[in-house]
Design a protein. Structure first.
Length: 386
Protein backbone atom coordinates (compact mmCIF):
# COMPACT_ATOMS: atom_id res chain seq x y z
CA UNK A 1 0.00 0.00 0.00
CA UNK A 2 2.79 2.41 0.91
CA UNK A 3 4.66 1.52 -2.27
CA UNK A 4 1.60 2.23 -4.40
CA UNK A 5 1.05 5.54 -2.63
CA UNK A 6 4.68 6.54 -3.15
CA UNK A 7 4.41 5.47 -6.79
CA UNK A 8 1.38 7.68 -7.40
CA UNK A 9 2.92 10.63 -5.52
CA UNK A 10 5.97 10.32 -7.78
CA UNK A 11 3.73 10.04 -10.84
CA UNK A 12 1.78 13.17 -9.90
CA UNK A 13 5.07 15.01 -9.31
CA UNK A 14 6.29 14.04 -12.78
CA UNK A 15 2.97 15.01 -14.35
CA UNK A 16 3.05 18.43 -12.67
CA UNK A 17 6.65 18.88 -13.85
CA UNK A 18 5.58 18.00 -17.40
CA UNK A 19 2.72 20.48 -17.16
CA UNK A 20 5.07 23.19 -15.87
CA UNK A 21 7.55 22.45 -18.69
CA UNK A 22 4.88 22.70 -21.37
CA UNK A 23 3.50 25.88 -19.80
CA UNK A 24 6.98 27.45 -19.87
CA UNK A 25 7.46 26.25 -23.44
CA UNK A 26 4.11 27.74 -24.50
CA UNK A 27 4.88 31.12 -22.93
CA UNK A 28 8.34 31.06 -24.52
CA UNK A 29 6.74 30.56 -27.94
CA UNK A 30 4.27 33.37 -27.26
CA UNK A 31 7.13 35.66 -26.29
CA UNK A 32 8.99 34.63 -29.44
CA UNK A 33 5.93 35.48 -31.52
CA UNK A 34 5.60 38.89 -29.85
CA UNK A 35 9.29 39.66 -30.46
CA UNK A 36 8.94 38.56 -34.08
CA UNK A 37 5.98 40.94 -34.51
CA UNK A 38 7.93 43.85 -33.05
CA UNK A 39 10.91 43.06 -35.29
CA UNK A 40 8.69 43.00 -38.38
CA UNK A 41 7.17 46.33 -37.49
CA UNK A 42 10.61 47.81 -36.77
CA UNK A 43 11.92 46.39 -40.05
CA UNK A 44 9.10 48.07 -42.00
CA UNK A 45 9.73 51.35 -40.15
CA UNK A 46 13.44 51.21 -41.08
CA UNK A 47 12.49 50.37 -44.66
CA UNK A 48 10.19 53.41 -44.77
CA UNK A 49 13.01 55.75 -43.64
CA UNK A 50 15.42 54.32 -46.21
CA UNK A 51 12.85 54.65 -48.99
CA UNK A 52 12.00 58.20 -47.91
CA UNK A 53 15.68 59.23 -48.16
CA UNK A 54 15.86 57.54 -51.56
CA UNK A 55 12.85 59.56 -52.76
CA UNK A 56 14.42 62.82 -51.63
CA UNK A 57 17.60 61.91 -53.48
CA UNK A 58 15.66 61.04 -56.64
CA UNK A 59 13.76 64.35 -56.52
CA UNK A 60 17.03 66.30 -56.17
CA UNK A 61 18.45 64.42 -59.14
CA UNK A 62 15.34 65.13 -61.25
CA UNK A 63 14.39 61.49 -61.73
CA UNK A 64 10.66 62.29 -61.43
CA UNK A 65 10.79 65.55 -63.42
CA UNK A 66 8.39 64.48 -66.13
CA UNK A 67 4.69 64.64 -66.86
CA UNK A 68 2.39 66.45 -64.43
CA UNK A 69 4.83 67.66 -61.79
CA UNK A 70 4.61 69.39 -58.43
CA UNK A 71 7.08 72.01 -57.15
CA UNK A 72 9.09 71.06 -54.06
CA UNK A 73 11.45 73.47 -52.30
CA UNK A 74 14.78 72.38 -50.92
CA UNK A 75 17.26 74.84 -49.52
CA UNK A 76 17.37 77.88 -51.86
CA UNK A 77 16.21 75.92 -54.90
CA UNK A 78 12.96 74.49 -56.26
CA UNK A 79 12.59 70.98 -57.65
CA UNK A 80 9.94 69.39 -59.79
CA UNK A 81 8.61 65.85 -59.25
CA UNK A 82 5.73 63.69 -60.40
CA UNK A 83 3.82 62.49 -57.32
CA UNK A 84 2.04 59.49 -59.00
CA UNK A 85 5.44 58.25 -60.20
CA UNK A 86 6.84 58.48 -56.67
CA UNK A 87 3.83 56.60 -55.25
CA UNK A 88 4.22 53.93 -57.89
CA UNK A 89 7.89 53.48 -56.97
CA UNK A 90 7.03 53.19 -53.27
CA UNK A 91 4.30 50.68 -54.02
CA UNK A 92 6.58 48.61 -56.24
CA UNK A 93 9.60 48.54 -53.94
CA UNK A 94 7.69 47.85 -50.72
CA UNK A 95 5.11 45.52 -52.28
CA UNK A 96 2.28 47.45 -50.71
CA UNK A 97 3.73 47.58 -47.20
CA UNK A 98 4.53 51.31 -47.42
CA UNK A 99 2.66 54.32 -48.74
CA UNK A 100 3.69 57.87 -49.73
CA UNK A 101 2.11 60.74 -47.78
CA UNK A 102 2.51 64.37 -49.04
CA UNK A 103 2.27 67.00 -46.28
CA UNK A 104 2.12 70.82 -46.33
CA UNK A 105 5.58 71.28 -44.82
CA UNK A 106 7.98 73.69 -46.50
CA UNK A 107 11.08 71.51 -46.73
CA UNK A 108 11.28 68.67 -49.22
CA UNK A 109 12.37 66.02 -46.70
CA UNK A 110 9.43 66.96 -44.51
CA UNK A 111 6.84 67.02 -47.28
CA UNK A 112 7.71 63.56 -48.50
CA UNK A 113 6.77 61.00 -45.83
CA UNK A 114 6.90 57.24 -46.40
CA UNK A 115 4.79 55.50 -43.77
CA UNK A 116 3.86 51.91 -43.02
CA UNK A 117 0.38 51.19 -44.40
CA UNK A 118 -2.38 50.25 -42.00
CA UNK A 119 -2.97 47.11 -44.04
CA UNK A 120 0.63 45.99 -43.43
CA UNK A 121 0.32 46.73 -39.70
CA UNK A 122 -2.93 44.76 -39.48
CA UNK A 123 -1.36 41.87 -41.38
CA UNK A 124 1.57 41.68 -38.96
CA UNK A 125 -0.77 41.86 -35.95
CA UNK A 126 -3.14 39.23 -37.39
CA UNK A 127 -0.20 36.97 -38.11
CA UNK A 128 0.89 37.31 -34.49
CA UNK A 129 -2.63 36.54 -33.24
CA UNK A 130 -2.86 33.47 -35.46
CA UNK A 131 0.51 32.20 -34.32
CA UNK A 132 -0.36 32.93 -30.69
CA UNK A 133 -3.57 30.90 -31.01
CA UNK A 134 -1.61 28.13 -32.74
CA UNK A 135 1.07 28.09 -30.01
CA UNK A 136 -1.57 27.97 -27.27
CA UNK A 137 -3.53 25.21 -29.01
CA UNK A 138 -0.40 23.16 -29.72
CA UNK A 139 0.81 23.58 -26.15
CA UNK A 140 -2.54 22.57 -24.67
CA UNK A 141 -2.98 19.59 -27.02
CA UNK A 142 0.59 18.36 -26.51
CA UNK A 143 0.27 18.79 -22.74
CA UNK A 144 -2.97 16.82 -22.70
CA UNK A 145 -1.58 14.09 -24.97
CA UNK A 146 1.62 13.73 -22.95
CA UNK A 147 -0.17 13.80 -19.59
CA UNK A 148 -2.87 11.36 -20.71
CA UNK A 149 -0.22 9.06 -22.17
CA UNK A 150 1.85 9.26 -19.00
CA UNK A 151 -1.22 8.69 -16.83
CA UNK A 152 -2.17 5.67 -18.97
CA UNK A 153 1.35 4.26 -18.68
CA UNK A 154 1.33 4.78 -14.92
CA UNK A 155 -2.08 3.15 -14.67
CA UNK A 156 -0.90 0.19 -16.74
CA UNK A 157 2.30 -0.04 -14.71
CA UNK A 158 0.34 0.09 -11.46
CA UNK A 159 -2.06 -2.56 -12.82
CA UNK A 160 0.87 -4.80 -13.76
CA UNK A 161 2.46 -4.33 -10.32
CA UNK A 162 -0.86 -5.08 -8.62
CA UNK A 163 -1.49 -8.09 -10.86
CA UNK A 164 2.01 -9.45 -10.18
CA UNK A 165 1.42 -9.04 -6.47
CA UNK A 166 -1.90 -10.85 -6.79
CA UNK A 167 -0.19 -13.63 -8.74
CA UNK A 168 2.37 -13.94 -5.95
CA UNK A 169 -0.49 -14.09 -3.47
CA UNK A 170 -2.13 -16.76 -5.63
CA UNK A 171 1.04 -18.86 -5.63
CA UNK A 172 1.31 -18.54 -1.85
CA UNK A 173 -2.38 -19.38 -1.44
CA UNK A 174 -2.43 -22.33 -3.82
CA UNK A 175 0.73 -23.71 -2.21
CA UNK A 176 -1.03 -23.62 1.12
CA UNK A 177 -4.28 -24.95 -0.37
CA UNK A 178 -2.44 -27.89 -1.94
CA UNK A 179 -0.16 -28.76 0.94
CA UNK A 180 -2.83 -28.69 3.65
CA UNK A 181 -5.25 -31.28 2.20
CA UNK A 182 -2.40 -33.42 0.84
CA UNK A 183 -0.80 -33.48 4.29
CA UNK A 184 -4.16 -34.31 5.89
CA UNK A 185 -4.84 -37.14 3.42
CA UNK A 186 -1.32 -38.50 3.88
CA UNK A 187 -1.66 -38.41 7.66
CA UNK A 188 -5.09 -40.12 7.50
CA UNK A 189 -3.78 -42.88 5.22
CA UNK A 190 -0.69 -43.42 7.37
CA UNK A 191 -2.87 -43.72 10.44
CA UNK A 192 -5.26 -46.10 8.68
CA UNK A 193 -2.31 -48.43 7.94
CA UNK A 194 -1.80 -48.98 11.63
CA UNK A 195 -3.23 -52.14 13.04
CA UNK A 196 -5.72 -52.31 15.84
CA UNK A 197 -7.60 -49.09 15.03
CA UNK A 198 -11.22 -49.08 16.18
CA UNK A 199 -13.86 -48.99 13.47
CA UNK A 200 -15.09 -45.54 14.51
CA UNK A 201 -11.58 -44.11 14.14
CA UNK A 202 -11.24 -45.66 10.69
CA UNK A 203 -14.52 -44.07 9.60
CA UNK A 204 -13.41 -40.71 10.97
CA UNK A 205 -10.07 -40.89 9.15
CA UNK A 206 -11.77 -41.98 5.92
CA UNK A 207 -14.20 -39.05 6.21
CA UNK A 208 -11.28 -36.67 6.78
CA UNK A 209 -9.43 -37.97 3.73
CA UNK A 210 -12.60 -37.72 1.61
CA UNK A 211 -13.27 -34.12 2.69
CA UNK A 212 -9.72 -33.09 1.86
CA UNK A 213 -9.93 -34.91 -1.48
CA UNK A 214 -13.10 -32.95 -2.24
CA UNK A 215 -11.25 -29.77 -1.28
CA UNK A 216 -8.49 -30.62 -3.75
CA UNK A 217 -11.06 -31.43 -6.43
CA UNK A 218 -12.77 -28.08 -5.89
CA UNK A 219 -9.45 -26.25 -6.10
CA UNK A 220 -8.44 -28.00 -9.32
CA UNK A 221 -11.87 -27.39 -10.83
CA UNK A 222 -11.58 -23.67 -10.17
CA UNK A 223 -8.04 -23.44 -11.57
CA UNK A 224 -8.83 -25.49 -14.68
CA UNK A 225 -12.09 -23.67 -15.39
CA UNK A 226 -10.45 -20.26 -14.96
CA UNK A 227 -7.71 -21.30 -17.38
CA UNK A 228 -10.20 -22.63 -19.94
CA UNK A 229 -12.48 -19.58 -19.71
CA UNK A 230 -9.58 -17.14 -20.04
CA UNK A 231 -8.24 -19.14 -22.97
CA UNK A 232 -11.73 -19.27 -24.52
CA UNK A 233 -11.48 -23.06 -24.55
CA UNK A 234 -14.59 -23.68 -22.45
CA UNK A 235 -17.84 -24.23 -24.34
CA UNK A 236 -20.89 -23.01 -22.45
CA UNK A 237 -24.01 -25.07 -23.06
CA UNK A 238 -27.41 -23.51 -23.71
CA UNK A 239 -30.02 -25.63 -22.02
CA UNK A 240 -32.95 -24.90 -19.68
CA UNK A 241 -31.66 -24.87 -16.10
CA UNK A 242 -33.98 -25.22 -13.10
CA UNK A 243 -32.47 -22.81 -10.56
CA UNK A 244 -34.53 -24.29 -7.72
CA UNK A 245 -33.15 -27.76 -8.37
CA UNK A 246 -29.62 -26.45 -8.92
CA UNK A 247 -29.54 -24.40 -5.71
CA UNK A 248 -30.96 -27.31 -3.76
CA UNK A 249 -28.18 -29.59 -5.03
CA UNK A 250 -25.53 -26.97 -4.21
CA UNK A 251 -26.85 -26.71 -0.64
CA UNK A 252 -27.01 -30.50 -0.28
CA UNK A 253 -23.47 -30.91 -1.61
CA UNK A 254 -22.17 -28.32 0.86
CA UNK A 255 -23.79 -30.22 3.74
CA UNK A 256 -22.39 -33.54 2.52
CA UNK A 257 -18.79 -32.31 2.51
CA UNK A 258 -18.93 -31.21 6.12
CA UNK A 259 -20.63 -27.81 6.23
CA UNK A 260 -21.79 -27.39 9.84
CA UNK A 261 -23.99 -24.37 9.09
CA UNK A 262 -27.67 -24.89 8.35
CA UNK A 263 -28.02 -22.96 5.11
CA UNK A 264 -31.49 -21.44 4.78
CA UNK A 265 -33.07 -21.82 1.35
CA UNK A 266 -36.06 -19.71 0.24
CA UNK A 267 -37.15 -20.03 -3.38
CA UNK A 268 -40.17 -19.50 -5.57
CA UNK A 269 -41.21 -22.24 -7.97
CA UNK A 270 -40.51 -22.56 -11.69
CA UNK A 271 -37.35 -20.42 -11.91
CA UNK A 272 -35.70 -21.36 -15.19
CA UNK A 273 -32.78 -19.81 -17.07
CA UNK A 274 -31.06 -20.79 -20.31
CA UNK A 275 -27.46 -21.67 -19.64
CA UNK A 276 -24.76 -24.11 -18.66
CA UNK A 277 -25.71 -26.27 -15.67
CA UNK A 278 -22.14 -27.30 -14.76
CA UNK A 279 -20.67 -23.81 -14.69
CA UNK A 280 -23.68 -22.34 -12.88
CA UNK A 281 -23.39 -25.07 -10.24
CA UNK A 282 -19.73 -24.17 -9.74
CA UNK A 283 -20.57 -20.46 -9.53
CA UNK A 284 -23.22 -20.91 -6.81
CA UNK A 285 -21.05 -23.48 -5.06
CA UNK A 286 -18.25 -20.86 -4.85
CA UNK A 287 -20.69 -18.22 -3.59
CA UNK A 288 -22.06 -20.55 -0.91
CA UNK A 289 -18.57 -21.62 0.18
CA UNK A 290 -17.58 -17.96 0.40
CA UNK A 291 -20.61 -17.16 2.57
CA UNK A 292 -19.98 -20.15 4.84
CA UNK A 293 -16.30 -19.30 5.17
CA UNK A 294 -16.93 -15.71 6.27
CA UNK A 295 -20.08 -16.22 8.34
CA UNK A 296 -20.04 -15.32 12.02
CA UNK A 297 -18.22 -17.85 14.19
CA UNK A 298 -20.53 -17.36 17.19
CA UNK A 299 -23.94 -17.73 15.52
CA UNK A 300 -23.38 -18.36 11.80
CA UNK A 301 -26.27 -17.63 9.47
CA UNK A 302 -26.19 -18.21 5.71
CA UNK A 303 -29.19 -17.97 3.43
CA UNK A 304 -30.03 -18.31 -0.26
CA UNK A 305 -33.11 -16.59 -1.68
CA UNK A 306 -34.38 -16.79 -5.24
CA UNK A 307 -37.45 -15.10 -6.71
CA UNK A 308 -38.82 -13.59 -9.90
CA UNK A 309 -38.85 -9.81 -10.39
CA UNK A 310 -40.92 -9.05 -13.47
CA UNK A 311 -39.03 -10.54 -16.40
CA UNK A 312 -35.87 -11.06 -14.33
CA UNK A 313 -34.81 -13.63 -11.75
CA UNK A 314 -32.90 -12.48 -8.68
CA UNK A 315 -30.81 -14.63 -6.36
CA UNK A 316 -29.31 -13.51 -3.04
CA UNK A 317 -26.57 -15.29 -1.09
CA UNK A 318 -26.06 -13.65 2.31
CA UNK A 319 -24.03 -14.21 5.48
CA UNK A 320 -23.73 -12.49 8.84
CA UNK A 321 -19.93 -12.20 8.93
CA UNK A 322 -17.74 -9.15 9.28
CA UNK A 323 -18.73 -7.76 5.87
CA UNK A 324 -16.67 -6.21 3.09
CA UNK A 325 -15.28 -2.68 3.08
CA UNK A 326 -16.73 -0.31 0.45
CA UNK A 327 -13.39 0.14 -1.35
CA UNK A 328 -13.07 -3.66 -1.67
CA UNK A 329 -16.54 -4.41 -3.05
CA UNK A 330 -15.52 -4.13 -6.72
CA UNK A 331 -12.00 -5.49 -6.30
CA UNK A 332 -13.07 -8.85 -4.91
CA UNK A 333 -14.23 -9.95 -8.39
CA UNK A 334 -10.77 -9.41 -9.87
CA UNK A 335 -8.62 -12.37 -10.73
CA UNK A 336 -6.36 -13.51 -7.84
CA UNK A 337 -7.57 -10.62 -5.65
CA UNK A 338 -7.85 -11.30 -1.95
CA UNK A 339 -8.18 -8.81 0.88
CA UNK A 340 -5.15 -8.49 3.13
CA UNK A 341 -1.65 -9.96 3.16
CA UNK A 342 -1.40 -13.54 1.89
CA UNK A 343 1.55 -14.34 4.15
CA UNK A 344 -0.46 -13.72 7.32
CA UNK A 345 -4.00 -14.65 6.15
CA UNK A 346 -5.77 -17.35 8.10
CA UNK A 347 -8.73 -18.00 5.78
CA UNK A 348 -8.33 -20.40 2.88
CA UNK A 349 -8.81 -19.51 -0.78
CA UNK A 350 -6.96 -18.67 -3.99
CA UNK A 351 -8.72 -15.53 -5.23
CA UNK A 352 -10.31 -17.40 -8.16
CA UNK A 353 -13.76 -18.19 -6.75
CA UNK A 354 -15.51 -14.82 -7.12
CA UNK A 355 -13.60 -14.13 -10.35
CA UNK A 356 -15.10 -17.29 -11.84
CA UNK A 357 -18.53 -16.39 -10.46
CA UNK A 358 -18.50 -13.05 -12.27
CA UNK A 359 -17.18 -14.58 -15.51
CA UNK A 360 -19.79 -17.34 -15.52
CA UNK A 361 -22.69 -15.05 -14.65
CA UNK A 362 -21.58 -12.49 -17.23
CA UNK A 363 -21.82 -15.17 -19.92
CA UNK A 364 -25.34 -15.97 -18.68
CA UNK A 365 -26.37 -12.29 -19.08
CA UNK A 366 -26.51 -11.85 -15.31
CA UNK A 367 -25.20 -9.04 -13.10
CA UNK A 368 -23.64 -9.56 -9.68
CA UNK A 369 -22.70 -7.10 -6.98
CA UNK A 370 -22.22 -7.15 -3.23
CA UNK A 371 -23.97 -5.05 -0.59
CA UNK A 372 -23.89 -4.78 3.18
CA UNK A 373 -26.23 -7.13 5.01
CA UNK A 374 -28.32 -5.89 7.92
CA UNK A 375 -27.33 -5.79 10.74
CA UNK A 376 -23.98 -7.21 9.62
CA UNK A 377 -22.42 -9.31 6.92
CA UNK A 378 -22.61 -9.29 3.13
CA UNK A 379 -25.24 -9.97 0.48
CA UNK A 380 -24.26 -11.08 -3.02
CA UNK A 381 -27.09 -10.13 -5.38
CA UNK A 382 -27.45 -11.77 -8.80
CA UNK A 383 -29.98 -10.69 -11.43
CA UNK A 384 -30.56 -12.85 -14.51
CA UNK A 385 -31.81 -10.71 -17.42
CA UNK A 386 -34.26 -12.92 -19.26
Amino acid sequence: MKKNRLLWITAWGIMLSILAAFTWWMFALLNYGRIEMELRRQSMADESRVLQNSLVEHVLRGVFDTGQVTIFKHGKGAYRANIPMMKEMVEKRSRGRLELVITDALLLEHRLNVEVSQKAIDEVYNRYERRKAMFVMEGVILSIVVMVSFAWLMFRFSSIVTFNQQQNNFLLAITHELKTPVAAIKLALQTLNRSGLPEEKKLELSSTALKNADRLDELMSNVLLATRIDGKAYTFQKNPVDLCELLGKVRKQALLVGCTIDVQLEMEKDLYVIGDNASLSLAFHNLLNNAVKYASEESPLVSIRAKRNGNDISVEVSDNGRGIADDEKKKIFQKFYRVGDESVRSSKGTGLGLYLVRKILHWHNADIWVEDNKPRGSVFRIVFRL
